[in-house]
Ligand binder design. Structure first.
Ligand SMILES: *Cc1c(COP(=O)(O)O)cnc(C)c1O
Length: 950
């Protein structure tokens, strides 16, 4: 074996395994299998035009060299991004730990109590600091969170008599530029009218339903918004505030003014800048709006024994599941980053956060005093960490700053703003002073005034306590925090324990070599708005990744800006919208979507101002071409797009796809391909070949970015030539096409840091390794399908009986025994497995996707478990629900309890197959009660005693 070939490490199947597997599925060669799976007319004629793969060692030295082309300056640009210090204990035990970063979204609560608790901490931290009643478990970035606030408030107007027809939304001119751009993007298709202005002169007139303020303002001014909020309330205008989380340790919380929503980013709580992301944004609001909150909320409930247990609250209500009634499409969020930020608060506690905020503030005051001593004027009357300084010669100052590796925010010809942060020391302040002195030709020694005045005005000084809960006051030594992190980690099943065969989620290997560079400061410590000449390494990497993805999809251009698949869908549809408008066909607003589509598709279409028309699927799970034809003809003159997942969400390569895409084009529509299933295409076919015009790719599925327990994600869109001009830009650093739409996410290249992972994945595998990965993903799926034959029926297959890279197994027949699909999902936990995807896209089924990274031994263990469960189902009857499936999962506490009242043995409960014994994973709670938790919603850390009374 060539021990340097990455493909052999990434792909779990070896040459040796092939004969057995091919025999099981009844075919002679791998090529024959692929021939039977993918229709001939869409097969690529040539191999991918990508270089050969490189070894892990070569990749690491390559990215190391590349990183040297990034210049790490001391950056005081601010604008929502600040250098922060990741505590090493968090970096090592969470960011660099597959136990945390390879976990999936915590849908299976019984094996996810660890990250659920970490997220509850995050929510509590956000609620406390913002002064709000309820917070979600993260959004994608501050600007998209602000857009979510704008649309949520728009949506709840219907509850306010006076606001029925109000469409105006006031935005303070002190809003961050990227947030303003996002609000523009998101408001326009919905008919929301943005009015940007000064909050002090705002007239609160009838037509406004809401307002958005920035706290502190983009150049650092701290306003007391109490009166604004009060007046807004009397006019029934709802108020949202975008707030800096660290400043809230010292500043009056927006909740105390009575605002409706507070959003922001937690980046400065220990998350690397990463040239734009990923970072966790937050969204906090009033209990009144709990059913309208975008994203996921973690809440407390109880398990079968009445013990407290956490789970995603109101979870089936996740916004996008409302399909075309949704007001948000958020699915993947920023769990890993939220876990880290929450842990930062756990580690520092309220006193630590105050210390950090005070340190930042004190340095800012020192700098101000010093600059004033030089005769410069500082313009903010009240500030936290950012000052606005009038200077005489910006160009000269800039030149000197650059010589000293410093970035400031050059506002205009005679003002700069300077934002300080946790990583700034007194000597850094001196260097800043030195730059100003040199620009003024002053040669004195630098000295600081001993006395520094208070500059946060009285009403803005925080007087309320925060983070009083025990969890924020217990783990301040490294030993304690390390053990707390480990305690939580042990409750969660991640890829470092066993296969997670979630259909449509592609839980493949996230290789250590792909992950390592994320920890290097030449990648981590770079602000997204630095000049391009400081980020040659990043630009090289991002441009290469874009062209790799162009080659893989067959398209002309890529935008890396979207931070998730759903955001990619939205971005893609917005480019389609802009394309139609550019041709004078802005009336085209019909988006046809198959009934089996992921819920984010219709939600994204509605957000893009389109009307959803649902088309049927036939008995074989394919798009019903006759029905589609009828709908296309009916809507011909208004047809904007078809959204189609390929291979379909049913796990099938539909052979009529080319016919379908042609039909859409004939009627003037564009074809959007949902790329969640790209793992079945890479190197064998591509979206351009099937006739699509744009697709998103989930880099956190096909391209090896870990799921992080529910984020981060990256959802780039790749487009055909005609859509290229409309790719999104950024208001600070220009990106995208020549007729670019406004921003889709806050940072110019989205979550640049984790793009390194996909870049490494493609580079190390090379053309052949990528193609082989696809083939093996298809092989593994078909192997499972045939091993389960006789035990489970597979719902859909292609014309020649093959599955693509995943398959749907039917669990509905077991209802006659009283067994539901969730019982099987929970019973799999006793066997050490995470359930496949439950009830998507068909209720009562499991969708299994093994990926190429699993070994034959692991595939067999999974199949053995499924077959054993099938036998257990045969032992059950609908008359008696006291059985091993209904009682699953079984906890250690149950099995070791002195009393055992179940009609099967303890061994059968917990060690049903021999392999389980040597690698037992214990669910830490019994089955969670969804309904109870939703009725008694508790979404912050609450003393267990309070819960017990409820
Ligand atoms: C995962 C998925 C999405 C959404 O992607 P996110 O990154 O979670 O927003 C959309 N469509 C399909 C078919 C998916 O599987």
């Amino acid at each position: 074996m060539n021990t340097e070939m990455f493909a052999a490490r990434h792909i779990g199947i070896t040459e040796k395994d092939l004969p057995k597997m091919l025999e099981t599925i009844g075919t002679d060669t791998m090529d024959q299998l692929i021939h039977e799976t993918i229709p001939d007319d869409i097969r690529l004629k040539k191999p991918l035009n990508l270089p050969e793969g490189i070894s892990e060692h070569e990749f690491l030295s390559h990215v190391h060299e590349l990183s040297k082309k990034n210049k790490v300056f001391k950056t005081y640009i601010g604008l929502g991004y600040h250098e922060s210090l990741t505590p090493s204990v968090i970096k090592r035990n969470i960011l660099e730990n597959p136990g945390w970063y390879t976990a999936y979204t915590p849908y299976q609560a019984e094996i996810a109590q660890g990250r659920l608790e970490a997220l509850l901490n995050f929510q509590t931290m956000v609620s406390d600091l913002t002064g709000m009643e309820i917070a979600n478990a993260s959004l994608l970035d501050e600007s998209t969170a602000a857009a979510e606030a704008m649309t949520m408030l728009f949506d709840i107007r219907s509850r306010q008599q006076k606001k029925e027809g109000a469409v105006k939304f006031f935005v303070s001119e002190e809003i961050l530029p990227q947030t303003l751009s996002l609000l523009q993007t998101r408001s326009e298709p919905l008919g929301i009218e943005l009015v940007v202005g000064n909050h002090e002169t705002f007239d609160f007139s009838e037509g406004f339903y809401g307002a958005m303020l920035q706290y502190p303002g983009k150049y650092g001014q701290v306003h007391d918004y109490a009166n604004f909020v009060k007046t807004a309330k009397t006019h029934e205008i709802k108020v949202a505030v975008a707030a800096d989380i660290l400043s809230l340790a010292l500043l009056t919380s927006p909740g105390e003014w009575g605002v409706d929503v507070v959003v922001g980013t937690t980046q400065r709580f220990g998350i690397p800048l990463g040239y734009g992301g990923p970072h966790a944004a937050f969204f906090a609001t009033k209990n009144d709006y709990k059913r309208n909150i975008p994203g996921r909320i973690i809440g407390l409930t109880k398990d079968t024994d009445g013990n407290p247990a956490l789970r995603m609250a109101l979870q089936t209500r996740e916004q996008h599941i409302k399909r075309d009634k949704a007001t948000s499409n958020i699915c993947t969020a920023q769990v890993l980053l939220a876990v880290m930020a929450g842990m930062y608060a756990v580690y520092h506690g309220p006193e630590g956060l105050k210390y950090i905020a005070n340190k930042v503030h004190t340095h800012t005051r020192m700098l101000t005093k010093g600059l004033e001593g030089l005769g410069l004027e500082q313009l903010n009357s009240s500030y936290f960490d950012t000052i606005l300084v009038r200077v005489k010669n910006v160009e000269k100052l800039k030149e000197i700053a650059v010589q000293n590796s410093i970035n400031l925010n050059y506002v205009d010809a005679d003002t700069v703003s300077i934002s300080l942060n946790e990583a700034v020391s007194e000597s850094d302040v001196k260097v800043l002073m030195y730059c100003f002195m040199k620009s003024l030709d002053i040669k004195n020694d630098i000295s600081f005034a001993a006395e520094i005045d208070e500059v946060i005005s009285g009403p803005s000084q925080r007087k309320t306590p925060f983070l009083e809960h025990e969890v924020f006051n217990s783990y301040h030594s490294e030993t304690e925090l390390m053990r707390y992190i480990k305690k939580l980690e042990r409750k969660d099943l991640a890829l470092n324990h066993s296969m997670i065969s979630l259909g449509s989620c592609t839980m493949k290997l996230n290789a250590a070599s792909e992950m390592l560079p994320l920890s290097w400061s030449n990648w981590g410590n770079i602000h997204p708005f630095v000049p391009l000449d400081q980020v040659e390494g990043y630009q090289d990497m991002l441009k290469s990744l874009e062209s790799q993805l162009n080659e893989i999809t067959g398209f002309a251009a890529t935008s890396l800006q979207p931070n998730s698949g759903a955001q990619g869908e939205y971005a893609g549809l917005m480019t389609i919208r802009a394309y139609h408008e550019s041709r004078g066909e802005g009336h085209r607003n019909i988006c046809i979507i198959p009934a089996s589509a992921h819920g984010t598709n219709p939600a994204s279409a509605v957000m893009a101002g389109m009307k959803v028309v649902v088309t049927k699927t036939d008995d074989n799970g394919n798009i019903d071409v006759d029905d589609l034809k009828e709908k296309v003809e009916l809507h011909s003159s208004n047809l904007a797009a078809l959204m189609v997942t390929y291979p379909s969400t049913h796990g099938v390569f539909e052979s009529s796809i080319i016919h379908i895409t042609q039909l859409i084009h004939e009627h003037g529509g564009q074809v959007y391909m949902d790329g969640a299933n790209m793992n079945a295409q890479v190197g064998l076919t591509n979206p351009a070949t099937i006739g699509a015009d744009v697709c998103h790719l989930n880099l956190h599925k096909t391209f090896a970015i870990p799921h992080g327990g529910g984020g981060p994600g990256v959802g780039p869109i790749c487009v055909a030539e005609q859509l290229k001009p409309f790719l999104p830009t950024n208001p600070v650093i220009e990106t995208g096409g020549e007729k670019a739409i406004t921003a889709i996410s806050a940072a110019p290249w989205g979550s640049s840091l984790v793009c390194l992972i996909s870049y490494g994945y493609i580079k190390m595998l090379g053309a052949e390794g990528l193609t082989n990965s696809t083939k093996v993903a298809i092989l593994n799926a078909n192997y499972i399908k045939d091993r389960l034959k006789g035990s489970f029926d597979v719902l859909y297959t292609g014309e020649r009986g093959r599955a693509a890279h995943e398959m749907i197994v039917d669990c509905r027949p077991f209802k006659t025994n009283g067994i539901e699909v969730v019982d099987i999902a929970k019973r799999l936990m006793d066997y050490g497995f995470h359930a496949p995807t439950v009830s998507f896209p068909v209720a009562g089924t499991l969708m299994i996707e093994p990926t190429e990274s699993e070994s034959l031994a692991e595939l067999d263990r999974f199949c053995d478990a499924m077959i054993a469960i099938r036998a257990e189902i045969d032992e059950t009857s609908s008359e008696d629900s006291n059985n091993v499936l209904k009682n699953a999962p079984h906890t250690l506490e149950m099995v070791t309890n002195d009393s055992w009242n179940f009609p099967y043995s303890r061994q059968k409960a917990a060690f049903p197959l021999s392999y389980v014994a040597e690698n037992k994973f214990w669910p830490t709670v019994r089955r969670t009660d969804e309904a109870f938790g939703d009725r008694n919603l508790i979404c912050t850390c609450t003393p267990i005693e309070a819960y017990m009374e409820a």
